[in-house]
Structures are given as C-alpha cells and as structure tokens.
Design a protein around this ligand. Structure first.
Ligand SMILES: Cc1cc2nc3c(=O)[nH]c(=O)nc-3n(C[C@H](O)[C@H](O)[C@H](O)COP(=O)(O)OP(=O)(O)OC[C@H]3O[C@@H](n4cnc5c(N)ncnc54)[C@H](O)[C@@H]3O)c2cc1C
Length: 460
C-alpha cells in the first residue's frame, strides 16, 4: 500500500527500513524518539494533496514538518505519515516589487542569506536553522520585530492544501478568513506549500552580541534603554551561564552573564549612538557589536546539536522586579544551560491592529522565556519544577503566551495564545476548513474550549 503511494508521488517516501530513516525522523530538540510509518519528502502541492488523501483513506495520523524545530515535537509523531518539506526549498525573489515566494523547507537563515545578496531583509526569529514554515505560521518574533513587525506582518499570500484536498491561493481578498487564521494560528488549517512575503531594504545595519555582567542594574538598565530606543533597535537578552568563547576570561565561564543580541536596522552610525548607553551600563565582558550585514546576526550552528530542554514562555508588563531574586533563582540550579530570556517588544509589531491577524498578544511590552537543559528524566522533572517556580516569581498576572514557544504539556495554555475574540474566530475558521480536526498534531484549535491554567498557578 505504502509502496503504491510512493510510486504515485514525485517526492521520496522514507520508510523505517531505509538507511536515512533515523536521521530523517530527528527533530532539533533531543528527547523525542518518535517512529512514524513514513516520512514523505514532498516536491510540490500535488504531492501534499496525495499524501493528505492517502493518510485519510488509511485513517493514519498526519504530522507536518518544515524545519523540525517544534518545541513540543509536533512535527514527527509515532505511527504517523509525516509531510516533510526538506526537499521544497525554492525561493523566488522579485527585486523590483521587493517580494518573495518561499517554500517552507527553507530555513530562516537560508532565506536571510539569499535576501542579503539583494540588500533585502525579512524578519524571522533568533536562530537561523528554524524552519520558515513553522515560525511564519505561529507569528515570528525576531530581530526586526520593532522595525518591520512579526514575520506574519510581512506575509502577503500563501498557497495552502486544505483538509478536503483543495489547493488554494489565499490572501487578503481570497479566502480572507483562512488567510487571517494562518497568520498566527499555526498548522491548524491546512498544509502551506508556499509563502509570499513583503521584503524590506536593508544593506548595512549595526548589531551583534555583547556580554555584560549579570547585575540587577544591568538588566533593568538594558530593558529601559531597549524600551526607549527607536523602532530600529530590536533586542534579545539571555541571562545565563557564560559559555567558553574566545575573549572570555576563564574565571567568567559558567558564571551568569547578560548576553545581549541586538540589531539596529538602520544607519550603522546612528545604531552606534543608540547602543552607546548599553556600553555605559557596565564594562562589557565581550563586545562584538559592530556595523554588519543583517544576516550576520545568525551565528553558525552545529547540525549535530540536539539539546533536551524544558521551557516556559511568559509575557511581562514591566521589569520592575526584585532582580536580585531573579539572579538568585538562576543560580539555584547547576544546569550548564539555564536562562531567562527577555525580548523587548513594542514598535511595529504593537501597532498592527489586534484583529488583523490571529496573533493577538501584541500589546505585551516584554516577552520572557525560561529554559534549562537536562540529561536524565530526574533532571527533567527537577528543571521543570525550577521553571515553574521561576514563572511564579515572574508572574505579573499577564496570561499571554506565544504559541510557537508552547511545550507539549501545555495544551491548557493554547487558549492564552488567542485572547479575546480571536479564539472564537479561529474556531469558526477551523469548523469551515477542517471540521473533522484532521490537522490536530499541533497547538490544536479545537471546537471545544480548553481549560486554562497559568503555569504560575499550577500545583507542583
Ligand atoms: C532553537 C529555537 C529558537 C527559536 N527561536 C524563535 C524566535 O526567535 N522567534 C520565534 O518566533 N520562534 C522561535 N522559535 C520557535 C519556532 O518558531 C517554532 O518552533 C516553529 O514552529 C519552528 O518552525 P519549524 O518549521 O522549524 O518547525 P516544525 O517542527 O517543522 O513545525 C512545527 C509545526 O508547525 C506546523 N507547520 C510547520 N510547517 C508547516 C506547513 N508548511 N504547513 C502547515 N503547518 C506547518 C506544524 O504544526 C508543525 O508541527 C525557536 C525554536 C527553537 C527550537
């Protein structure tokens, strides 16, 4: 049966007895050992159509994978058929209109590198290996978020295969409800085979990475500067143990640093001026912030790196905390990688009307991620507890969460990614395009409301 199906499509079907099966079923995060029935390396929308039909006929589970960075591991499921976009990586750039059609198998870094050749940019996230498919469908919060908004704020159109097997071109005029829903609603509504993006001019910018001492003054001062800065500046800080790196004193390794990643998407000279107050906060431990091409913000990655991590995503109204307590909490475990990440939001992202897309948590000023790596199952449990007590410490009563950072055991928080009328609207679109909930291996938007518990309120 699978053999007949394999012959009927243009792409390649990888089965458990194939040599590359174990590599193909790997996800970015370790800790998942899922064994799908088949991994279908589709070549075009008609392959996707046929795979959906085959999966339905046989009553199999379906998973969809673009870059494999799902935090919850949704993109490879046991006994499922996986639609895998690894072999769909075409990018067509229109340099005059400054638009591009991109296939979902392209990573954020691959798109960014190609655009760089034309002095063009598009914002994804903080990591080059993240798939353009998954990040776009969830929102896309990165180094251009304050200047050009979320990735979805630059999405002009898409080609999508729906649960009934139709291939649709969708945009603001064609199936506007579906186009609204895929901008933040994830993989709930169909399998996207192409995205059309609006691109932006940017040749040189100013940015890079700076390590600063992890003190309460530096953290509060940095957030204050980032919030008051012009939209050109988008930042991410990680308060975490200092990794070994050239230029880092041996004594500092393993001690907490504030690792600040910054992009000033404008004139480098102006960027230097805007970032000067950061340099004045404390003597940087390492300062690699300089005039650069935007693509340089993505650092080289090791493909064999598959960490096991626990994580929690929160939104903060202010950084007005007892920061000494935050630092003490970070120092209370010995995980080699444990971090509090802060992303100052605002700017272009916050000016898009709430009902324009399904990403409605646009007003929260700061996004926070808590993360820790683990090895053993006992460590996982302990670090999960640590993360939850950290969330309690940080809780300011803002339940907002970003769907792309939701873990597998956080199904009760999906509703918080879609506040207000967004959830009801998504449910309506879901009923129209996927009434049987065929696409459910994702942060699922089901017709039945889910119970919500903020992590800070969870019992241990
Ligand atoms: C190291 C790391 C760093 C990250 N940094 C950021 C960041 O800075 N900003 C940010 O916004 N996010 C970030 N993320 C989260 C990231 O956006 C999500 O994990 C995203 O889903 C990954 O996309 P992917 O294509 O690699 O994932 P996949 O695992 O391939 O896909 C994830 C899910 O998305 C859906 N999906 C993917 N492609 C399609 C498609 N073509 N059609 C329909 N549904 C599809 C499916 O439900 C799938 O299960 C990060 C994740 C990691 C692991």
């Amino acid at each position: 049966m699978l053999q007949d199906f394999a012959r009927a499509i243009k792409g390649r079907v990888i089965l458990p007895n194939n040599q590359d099966y174990d590599t193909a079923r790997k996800l970015f995060y370790g800790g998942f050992d899922r064994k799908p029935k088949a991994i279908v390396r589709v070549k075009d929308a008609s392959d996707v159509q046929k795979t959906i039909a085959f999966t339905k006929e046989n009553n199999y589970e379906l998973a969809v994978r673009s870059g494999g960075h799902s935090v919850a591991g949704y993109s490879v499921i046991d006994d499922s058929i996986v639609i895998d976009f690894t072999d769909m990586r075409q990018l067509e750039i229109d340099t005059e209109l400054k638009t591009a059609w991109a296939e979902p198998g392209l990573t954020s870094g691959e798109v960014t590198n190609e655009l760089d050749k034309h002095n063009l940019v598009l914002g994804f996230g903080d990591t080059g290996s993240v798939g353009s498919g998954g990040i776009t469908l969830g929102g896309g919060v990165g180094y251009l978020v304050r200047k050009f908004g979320l990735t979805i704020d630059n999405l002009l159109a898409a080609e999508i295969v729906t649960a009934d097997g139709k291939i649709l071109r969708i945009d603001k005029d064609n199936h506007p409800d579906l186009f609204w829903a895929i901008r933040g609603g994830g993989g709930n509504f169909g399998v996207v085979t192409k995205f059309k993006y609006q691109l932006h001019d940017l040749a040189e910018c100013y940015g890079g990475m700076m390590f600063l001492p992890a003190t309460a003054e530096v953290i509060a001062g940095f957030v204050d500067i980032a919030q008051k800065a012009p939209d050109e500046l988008s930042t991410i800080i990680n308060i975490m143990p200092t990794p070994p790196m050239p230029g880092i004193d041996k004594d500092q390794i393993g001690k907490l640093s504030v690792i600040a990643l910054m992009v000033y998407a404008g004139d480098p000279k102006e960027g230097e001026r805007v970032i000067a107050p950061v340099r004045a906060l404390a003597k940087p431990i390492v300062d690699m912030v300089k005039p650069m091409r935007y693509k340089e913000i993505y650092f080289p990655e090791d493909e064999s790196y598959h960490p096991k991590a626990v994580g929690l995503n929160l939104h903060l109204n202010t950084i007005d905390f007892n920061l000494a307590k935050i630092i003490a909490h970070l120092n209370s475990i010995d995980a080699p990688m444990r971090a509090l990440q802060l992303r100052v939001l605002g700017g272009a992202m916050s000016r898009v009307p709430i009902d324009e897309t399904a990403y409605a948590n646009r007003k929260a000023p700061i996004m926070a991620n808590i993360a820790a790596f683990y090895g053993t199952e006992d460590e996982r449990k302990a670090r999960q507890q640590w993360a939850e007590s950290f969330a309690k410490l940080l809780d300011q009563g803002n339940p907002a969460v970003y769907v792309n950072f939701l873990g597998l055991n956080e199904k009760d928080r999906i509703r918080d990614a879609y506040p207000g009328k967004t959830w009801e609207r998504l449910v309506e679109v879901k009923k129209r395009y996927d009434p049987a909930n065929f696409f459910h291996n994702n942060a699922n938007i089901s017709p039945t409301p889910v119970r919500q518990i903020h992590p800070a309120q969870r019992s241990k």
